[in-house]
Each structure stands twice: as structure tokens, then as C-alpha cells.
Design a protein around this ligand. Structure first.
Ligand SMILES: [Zn+2]
Length: 643
């Protein structure tokens, strides 16, 4: 089949299909209460253990564990591949199969896709109006040219750029310009008419005044922001050296501005717009690709001034994140281009904290064949100042001393846990367990395990035993897809809170209404295994944009068919529903979510203390608190495995 079957269509198909009629046409079904029973078509049996639920649109065999939706049944019984099963079911209902429009995608789907290269290279972001995007690209280029002309014409700005060590060639190569010290320089030049002003605002270049404060009741600050009382907008960037931010195709998507005087903030970036996403773009990547035909590595620094100055000194593979911490998207983008990344951080406290955050982001991407290293500059130095003073060659030599990921990780852990005694070893293991969890199984993970075992002077097998202790096991269980028989799943109790909540939602999608939007938002930041799935299910059941809330279990499941969580969700769907009806499900779900959020509090505190210990000294009270919290966590107090 050409193209992908539309998710919306599958949703509709499952909503319209009647699983009792479908299975009943192949297998003689007998009514039994709310459900229908039969001898299982998938294994040999004399007494019926196969049941079909019209409410859930789901079948399940207690004998062999077979289960699924109407589509699953066609796939299993008629041995059809998925697209054919869809065609078959659609034909029965007299429906025409709908294919996905190339740009229209579910948010969840786009996030999960590994082929986001395609989505990223469109730049405009999936779904943006292409005509509006073209107009915005064109406007941003004209503004860049305007800023450049401003710089050429303004002696003060030129002097400042020269003082910062920027050569005319590098200013040209990076398209650096100057935003005039004016509230409406851009607005006068490009803002003739309401539509043009709105376009400047949409591109992140102008800011709309707070309309509600027009009656004169606005704060003093708000009034101060109104140079011309009649104007609705004002320029975002004023008296700043302007660095155009280009996407990988060289299109200007936003700007970064360094103030000339002492105004705050020192650095200001374009806000998120239809074209500009901070968490995605790496400043200097386009210029790097132009400069280096064959790109082998990327040097990731913190600011655009760093990038520009490093390029000027011959380090033309420097890029920067844009006023945000390193995101997984940054790392994935970089690793699509090169197999070696060096993260470079200022030697100060903030730099060390940023390095630790970056480490957490790169761990999921770490694997054999990829080289990820960390370079720390002397305290108080940044690449800009350092390369200016000691030159490109000395800086290049520093890069040679960067710590490999594994060494940096071990050094950080060793700073917090003294492995010369047993308690310290336990702490070391407790701290390393969540980090190891982030690393994909494979050669790299094995090597990391060996390094940790060596640091602890433990055999690897022993370390693995420790890591597999009940606490760790309970936390992992919620994330690991359960493929066992449903009977054993029921015997093992109700499972973790996350598992319980997911099970309730699968059986009673309407219970999602019992969880408030605030709770959903708070839940999204809980770091427990399975919570991401729960959050997404809650969003789906509370209606995701472009969909209706699922009415049956089958609809929910079909939305997950192509995801790796699907099997796990099916197993929970086949397990006992925990409660008899929707009202009870709402109560239980609301309670489970409340408890999840409460449990998170000590974990948050522990993380905050660990973070602080890394970059600062803990006082005695904090040390005691850290010790207590670490012991609690190791003992599994408040762990998700405990009911
Ligand atoms: Zn069976």
C-alpha cells in the first residue's frame, strides 16, 4: 500500500466495528453476562475460556493468553498483515481506507519518530502554513540585511565589535549586524500597516504592548515600555550586536543579541516562533558545514560569541546551544552528522552544573563507535576569552585533554561517594543505577558496567546483582514490557502505582476526567518509569488535538499499535480491570495520581541536594538530609513498587 494509513481513520474504524459480530462470524459465541464466550480458536480446548467484550471491543483467552482488538483478530485468525486487516475490516463496513496526508501527523507520533531528520529539514515545523513560513523567512533575511547595514553605519557598534575581537571577515561570514538603540527602528522600516506589524511580532522581532493596560492602569514598568503612547508594538532588540541564527539549510530562523551597554539581559534570543525552536537549533551548525566539507566532530560551547571567536581562530567546528541547556534533540541532531562530540564548559560552578545536565542528555545516545567527551576550561574562563588570549593552536591542544564520557561520569560519582568503605560503595551504586538505566543495552553499557565495577573493586556479576536488588527491580519492572501470561500478572498483585493508573485508564478511558489539567502537567515532570506513557494516555483520553476521546479499550490500544509499549499495554488490557465500574475507576485513578505526585517530593529533594553537592558545599544539615534520603531510596521507601 502506498503511504501510511491515517491514524484518524483507524480510530474511526475501531469505533464503528463490532468485534462481537466479527468474531461471531467465525466462531460460535454464547452470551455470558456482559460478555460473550467460546472455545478458543487459537488453542485446543473443551471448556470455553475465550471471551469477547462488546464494551471494551476486546477479546481475551484465559487459557492461552491470546488477546486483542478486531484488527488483531483478523491478523491472527486470517493471518493478515496489518494493512490488509485494515482493508478487510474497512470493506466489511463499506469504508474507503484513508491514507495519512504527508504533513498531518499526531504530535505523539512525530515525537517518537526516529526519522525526524525529514521533519527537521522542513524547518518550518510540521503543519506550518508553507506560504506564511516563506513570508517569514523572507522578512528575517531583510531584517538581517537591515541590521548589517546598521552596523556598517554605526561607529559605536563597529568599535564595540572590534573591541570584542571580531574581525571584519568573521562579521561578514556570520552575517553579524546591529539593532539600533530605538524602540521602533524595525517597525518604521518594515511595519507599515497592521499586518506588517503583526508579521514582525510573529517573527519574534516586535513585541505587542499589553493591550489590557491601555486605560492607564498599567504598572510604571509597563508605562515605561511605551515610548510612543499610540504605538501598539515596539522593537524587541535594541542597542544589541545581532547574530542571525540559521537553520542547517542556511535560512535565517531567528536572532541572538548581545547588548552593547550594561542593560539586562546581556544576551537575548528570539522567542520560539513557527520557524525557531531553541531546543532544536545549534548556532553555527550551518557555518560549520560550510567551512568543513568533511565534518568529523562538533565542539559544543555555550554562547554565540564563543562560536564566532572559535571559528575566527580556526576552530571551525564549534556550535552552541541557544540559551537553553543541551536537549536530547540537540544531541541527536549532532550525532546524525558526526560520531564525535566534545562538550565544552566554563570552569565555573554554572558550567559544571551545565555539564552534568548535558551528561544526562547524552547518556541515552551513548554507544560503541560514538565518542562523547567533556572539556572543562580553567575557572573564570570561557572559550571566547581563552581563545582570544592563547590562540587557536593552544585551544586545539586543550581539546585533546577532554575527558571521555565514562571517565567524567566516574569522576563525578567518586566525588560524592567514598568507595573505600561499604556505605560509600552502596551510595556509589545507588547514584549510578539511574544513570546506567539511561544507557541503551549493548556494548557501551557493558563497558560502563565494567568500569563502575572496577572502580568499586567488585566483580561485574556482583554489581549486576546489586543493581538488580528488589528496589531497583521494582522501579525497572514498571518500564519493562511484560510479556508473561496474564494469569501471573494478576497473581503478582496490582503492580506499581503507574501500572495501576495505566490499567484503570485502559479499562475505563472516561476516568481520565478525574485527573485535573494541573495534575497532568505535574505528572509530566515525574521521573518514574512508565509515567511518560501514563501522561500520554491521559492526554489521549482527555482528547488529543484532532482526535476524539477513546470510548473503548480497543480504540486506545490501536493508537499504540506501532509503539514498543503496545505489547505491555495489551497485557495490562488482558489483566483484571482492578475495579468493577467507571465510578470506582475514577476514584482509584485520582488517588493513584495524587500518591504518585506526593511520592515525587523526596525524590525531587534528593536530586536537588545531589545537584547542589556537585557544584557547591552542603552544610551539615543538608549532608544529614542527603544521607537520610539516600538511605530511604536505597531501602525503597516511597519507591513505586510499594503499594
Ligand atoms: Zn486460547
Amino acid at each position: 500500500m502506498a503511504g501510511r494509513i491515517s491514524r484518524r481513520f483507524i480510530d474511526e474504524l475501531i469505533a464503528r466495528a463490532d468485534i462481537v459480530e466479527l468474531i461471531g462470524s467465525r466462531v460460535p459465541l454464547k452470551r455470558a453476562g456482559h460478555e460473550f464466550k467460546a472455545c478458543c480458536p487459537f488453542h485446543d480446548e473443551k471448556t470455553p475460556s475465550f471471551s469477547v467484550s462488546p464494551d471494551k471491543q476486546f477479546y481475551h483467552c484465559f487459557g492461552c493468553g491470546a488477546h486483542g482488538t478486531a484488527l488483531s483478530f483478523l491478523m491472527e485468525y486470517d493471518r493478515l498483515p496489518f494493512p490488509e486487516a485494515v482493508e478487510d475490516l474497512a470493506a466489511r463496513l463499506g469504508l474507503e481506507v484513508e491514507l495519512e496526508a504527508p504533513m498531518a501527523r499526531f504530535g505523539a507520533d512525530a515525537g517518537q519518530s526516529d526519522t525526524d531528520g525529514a521533519a527537521a529539514s522542513t524547518g518550518a515545523g510540521g503543519g506550518a502554513d508553507p506560504q506564511a513560513a516563506r513570508a517569514q523567512y523572507a522578512l528575517l533575511v531583510r531584517v538581517m540585511d537591515h541590521y548589517r547595514a546598521n552596523l556598517a553605519a554605526n561607529a559605536r557598534a563597529r568599535t564595540y565589535a572590534a573591541q570584542r575581537g571580531l574581525s571584519p571577515e568573521i562579521i561578514e561570514r556570520f552575517g553579524i549586524g546591529y539593532a539600533a538603540d530605538s524602540w521602533n527602528d524595525l517597525l518604521r522600516r518594515f511595519g507599515a500597516g497592521e499586518a506588517a506589524q503583526a508579521a514582525l511580532a510573529a517573527a519574534g522581532l516586535a513585541i505587542e504592548r499589553d493591550g489590557s493596560a491601555d486605560s492607564g492602569t498599567g504598572s510604571e514598568e509597563a508605562r515605561a515600555l511605551r515610548p510612543a503612547a499610540a504605538a501598539r508594538y515596539y522593537d524587541r532588540f535594541r542597542d544589541r550586536l545581532m547574530f542571525p541564527i540559521r537553520d542547517t539549510r542556511g535560512r535565517v530562523v531567528g536572532f541572538g543579541g548581545r547588548v552593547l551597554g550594561s542593560a539586562e539581559p546581556k544576551y537575548l534570543n528570539s522567542p520560539e516562533t513557527a520557524l525557531f525552536h531553541k531546543g532544536r537549533e545549534l548556532y553555527g551548525l550551518y557555518e560549520t558545514r560550510l567551512a568543513r566539507r568533511s565534518l568529523k566532530r562538533l565542539l559544543v560551547v555555550e554562547g554565540y560569541m564563543d562560536v564566532v571567536r572559535l571559528h575566527q581562530h580556526g576552530l571551525a567546528d564549534a556550535v552552541a546551544t541557544l540559551g537553553t541547556a543541551t536537549t536530547p534533540e540537540h544531541v541527536r541532531r549532532a550525532l546524525r552528522l558526526v560520531s564525535e562530540i566534545i562538550f565544552c564548559f566554563d570552569g565555573d560552578r554554572a558550567g559544571r552544573a551545565a555539564a552534568w545536565r548535558a551528561l544526562q542528555m547524552v547518556l541515552p545516545e551513548a554507544r560503541a563507535g560514538r565518542e562523547i567527551r567533556f572539556l572543562f576550561l580553567p575557572d573564570g574562563e570561557d572559550p571566547d576569552s581563552l581563545v582570544g588570549r592563547e590562540g587557536g593552536e593552544r585551544f586545539q591542544a586543550r581539546i585533546g585533554t577532554a575527558l571521555p564520557l565514562s571517565e567524567y561520569l566516574l569522576a563525578q560519582l567518586a566525588e560524592q561517594a567514598d568507595v573505600s568503605h561499604a556505605d560509600g560503595k552502596a551510595r556509589f551504586i545507588a547514584l549510578s543505577a539511574p544513570l546506567l538505566d539511561k544507557v541503551a543495552p549493548g556494548v557501551y553499557r557493558e563497558l560502563l558496567l565494567e568500569r563502575i565495577a572496577a572502580a568499586l573493586e567488585l566483580p561485574v556479576g556482583r554489581l549486576q546483582q546489586w543493581l538488580a536488588s528488589p528496589t531497583a527491580a521494582a522501579q525497572l519492572a514498571a518500564a519493562r514490557p511484560a510479556q508473561g501470561a496474564p494469569a501471573s500478572a494478576r497473581q503478582s498483585g496490582r503492580g506499581s502505582l503507574v501500572t495501576q493508573a495505566i490499567t484503570l485508564l485502559l479499562h475505563f478511558p472516561g476516568a481520565a476526567a478525574a485527573v485535573s489539567a494541573e495534575q497532568c502537567a505535574a505528572l509530566a515532570t515525574v521521573g518514574q518509569p512508565g509515567v511518560a506513557v501514563l501522561s500520554e494516555l491521559l492526554a489521549q483520553c482527555g482528547t488529543l488535538p484532532g482526535t476524539a476521546a477513546p470510548v473503548t479499550m480497543a480504540q486506545t490500544l490501536e493508537r499504540w499499535r506501532e509503539r514498543h509499549e503496545y505489547r505491555r499495554l495489551c497485557a495490562l488490557a488482558a489483566a483484571a480491570p482492578l475495579v468493577p465500574d467507571g465510578a470506582a475507576a475514577s476514584r482509584e485513578l485520582s488517588e493513584a495520581v495524587r500518591r504518585l505526585l506526593v511520592q515525587e517530593l523526596p525524590r525531587r529533594r534528593l536530586q536537588a541536594l545531589i545537584e547542589k553537592a556537585r557544584v557547591d558545599r552542603l552544610d551539615d544539615a543538608e549532608k544529614l538530609e542527603l544521607q537520610a534520603l539516600t538511605t530511604d531510596q536505597a531501602a525503597g521507601v516511597g519507591s513505586p513498587g510499594r503499594p
